[in-house]
Write a protein that binds this ligand. Structure first.
Ligand code: DGL
Length: 265
C-alpha cells in the first residue's frame, strides 16, 4: 500500500456521494476518484445479467486507468448483483454496499422493518437471503421504488422535486397501526445510496418518526480497516469526478462538501 492510497468510488450516479463523504472523513489521507456510470443510469431498471455484462468489463478499464488500491461499490443495486463476479475477476479489494438488514432488525423494537431500495435490489436473491439469514424474527417489508433515485439526482442537481412525488415512493414503508407505537414500522433501511440525499425531506414527510439506517459510516470503517493505519496526513492530490456519459459535472459548489472540501477536477 502506498502512503497515499487511491480509492475508486463507483455508483450509477450521484448517490455514491453519500458513501464517499463518510469514507473521505474516515480516510483524509487518500486520493479519490469518483466514477458515476450515468450512461447506464438507473441501474435499478436493469436485469442482473445486464448489470454483470456492463460492470465487469467497465471495472477492468477503470482499474487499468486509475490503478486504485481499493474500490468501493457505492451502490446497492450493483453490489447485490455483481460483487462475486468482480471479486473473481480482479485482485483489488472491493467493499460493497448491501442492505443493512441485520443491524436494522437488531435494533427494531416493534419488530417491523422496511427496506427501501430500487426495484432491482429488492428482487435480488442476495437481498432475499439477507432477510432469511438476518431478520431475527422481524416482519420485513420490501419496498422497490421505481423513481426515488431519479428524484434524488434531480434534487441534487437543483431541479424542483415535489413532496408528493417523494411521499408516493415512501408511503409503502409505513406499515401497521399509525396510532399504536408498538405495532407499526419503527426502522427503515435506506437500501439505495441515493436516498440519504433526500433524508431531511423524508424525515419531514414521514407519517410517524422512524429510525433511518444508512450503512455509509459502517462502509467507511470497513474501508479504513482494509487500508490499515495511515501516517502521511492529508493527501494534497485533490479528487476527480468522472461521468461515463462524458458530461462535465458543473456542480462543483454542490459537490465539494462530499469530497471533504477538496477541489474536484
Ligand atoms: N445508487 C443505486 C443504489 O444504491 C441505485 C440507483 C440506480 O437505480 O441507478 O442502489
Amino acid at each position: 500500500m502506498t502512503n497515499s492510497p487511491t480509492i475508486l468510488v463507483f455508483d450509477s450516479g450521484l448517490g455514491g456521494l453519500t458513501v464517499l463523504r463518510e469514507v473521505v472523513a474516515a480516510r483524509p489521507d487518500a486520493h479519490y476518484t469518483y466514477v458515476a456510470d450515468d450512461a447506464f443510469f438507473p441501474y435499478g431498471h436493469h436485469s442482473e445479467d445486464e448489470i454483470i455484462a456492463r460492470v465487469v468489463p467497465l471495472m477492468g478499464e477503470l482499474i487499468a486507468t486509475h490503478k486504485p488500491d481499493l474500490v468501493v461499490i457505492a451502490c446497492n443495486t450493483m453490489s447485490v448483483s455483481v460483487m462475486s463476479h468482480l471479486r473473481a475477476a480482479y485482485r483489488v479489494p472491493f467493499v460493497g454496499t448491501v442492505p443493512a438488514i441485520k443491524p436494522a432488525c437488531a435494533q427494531s423494537k416493534t419488530r417491523r422493518v422496511s427496506v427501501l431500495g430500487t426495484k432491482a435490489t429488492v428482487k435480488r436473491e442476495y437481498t432475499q437471503a439477507l432477510i432469511r439469514d438476518h431478520s431475527q424474527g422481524c416482519e420485513v417489508t420490501l419496498v422497490g421504488s421505481p423513481e426515488l433515485a431519479t428524484l434524488a439526482e434531480a434534487a441534487l442537481s437543483g431541479t424542483t422535486v415535489d413532496d408528493s412525488d417523494i411521499f408516493a415512493e415512501l408511503k409503502p414503508c409505513f406499515v401497521g397501526n399509525p396510532e399504536d407505537t408498538t405495532a407499526r414500522t419503527d426502522t427503515i433501511v435506506l437500501a439505495c445510496t441515493h436516498y440519504p440525499l433526500l433524508l431531511d425531506r423524508m424525515e419531514r414527510l414521514a407519517p410517524w418518526p422512524v429510525q433511518w439506517i444508512d450503512p455509509a459510516p459502517a462502509i467507511a470503517r470497513r474501508v479504513s480497516d482494509l487500508l490499515g493505519p495511515y501516517g502521511c496526513g492529508i493527501a494534497q492530490t485533490g479528487a476527480e469526478m468522472i461521468f461515463t456519459s462524458n458530461r462535465a459535472h458543473g456542480l462543483s459548489a454542490t459537490l465539494t462538501p462530499f469530497f471533504g472540501g477538496r477541489a474536484v477536477a
